[in-house]
Write a protein that binds this ligand. Structure first.
Ligand SMILES: C[S@@+](CC[C@H](N)C(=O)[O-])C[C@H]1O[C@@H](n2cnc3c(N)ncnc32)[C@H](O)[C@@H]1O
Length: 254
């Protein structure tokens, strides 16, 4: 995996990148609204993304106490940011993909466009406070069609007891939950796109399940974390593949 740099000079990053070589299996450091301009219509199989929730980075309910503070401050994680930036990016996701899965958080859910299916991660041990009680579910919005549609009915909700997959990012998602979402939604070899990559969970899930990825992240520090996790996942996949390839070589020699 080679690195794609952050915006240079006055040239928009989308002008500097060529589809598909500078995108597929790459982490692109930049603003997704700008980068997506360089992506053709319907060029990916699935968008799986977890944008900022518009709650000033915190996860509520003692997140700081658990050592999981706010974002680095490179953008303002406010309701206005969701309305003006995230929803704009989502419209572009609909242009470049046939299916989109998004975990919008609950606070600003009303800003999102009408979805085709609704599910949730049910978290029995969650500690978020709301006016009427504990927040124990994270919404999942599904747009477009999943690839087994008409063949096999799939659940839209999942029980989540797993911990976040990376402690260096305030909102890292649990890897096995992400793998479940991927596997129900697109076949192997598909290209999965995450415009809000964070610590790289979508890319790691794609690698571990034999799919390709494209990730955009605005914060260079989080890009580095994602690249490190991706390199580790790729190394592990190579280790799994190697014995099978060696065996094939032996057979050919006979
Ligand atoms: C909820 S976090 C994603 C966490 C991710 N699912 C993970 O497992 O690490 C949202 C991410 O979006 C990034 N972000 C915010 N605005 C962005 C933009 N305009 N373009 C690209 N990334 C952006 C933030 O820096 C943050 O890392």
């Amino acid at each position: 995996m080679s690195e794609v740099p952050a915006k240079k000079g006055n040239l928009g990053l989308s002008m500097l990148l060529n589809w598909p070589d500078d995108f597929v299996n790459k982490v692109i450091c930049g603003d997704c609204l700008e980068v997506m301009k360089g992506m053709p219509d319907q060029c990916v199989d699935l968008v799986l993304t977890d944008p900022p929730y518009g709650i000033n980075g915190g996860r509520g309910g003692g997140s700081k106490a658990r050592g999981r503070g706010n974002y680095s401050g490179i953008f303002q994680d406010t309701r206005e940011y969701i309305r003006d930036m995230v929803i704009g990016a989502l419209k572009d996701c609909f242009r470049i993909s046939r299916a989109t899965i998004i975990t919008p958080g609950s606070k600003n859910l009303d800003l999102y466009p009408q979805y085709d299916s609704f599910g949730c991660f049910y978290q029995p041990a969650a500690m978020g406070f709301q006016r009427w009680g504990m927040m124990d579910a994270q919404p999942i919005l599904f747009y477009g069609e999943y690839y087994l549609q008409g063949i096999k009915p799939m659940p839209c909700s999942f029980i989540l007891t797993e911990k976040p997959s990376c402690t260096e990012h305030p909102c890292s998602k649990p890897i096995n939950a992400w793998i479940k979402l991927l596997e129900r939604s697109c076949p192997k070899e598909s290209i999965i796109f995450d415009p809000f990559l964070g610590s790289g969970t979508t890319a790691v899930a794609a690698i571990q399940t034999g799919r390709r990825f494209i990730g955009i992240e605005i914060d260079p520090g989080y890009c580095e974390i994602a690249r490190r996790r991706i390199a580790q996942a790729q190394e592990q996949q190579d280790l799994f593949r190697k014995p099978a390839e060696d065996k094939q070589g032996e057979l050919l020699l006979l």
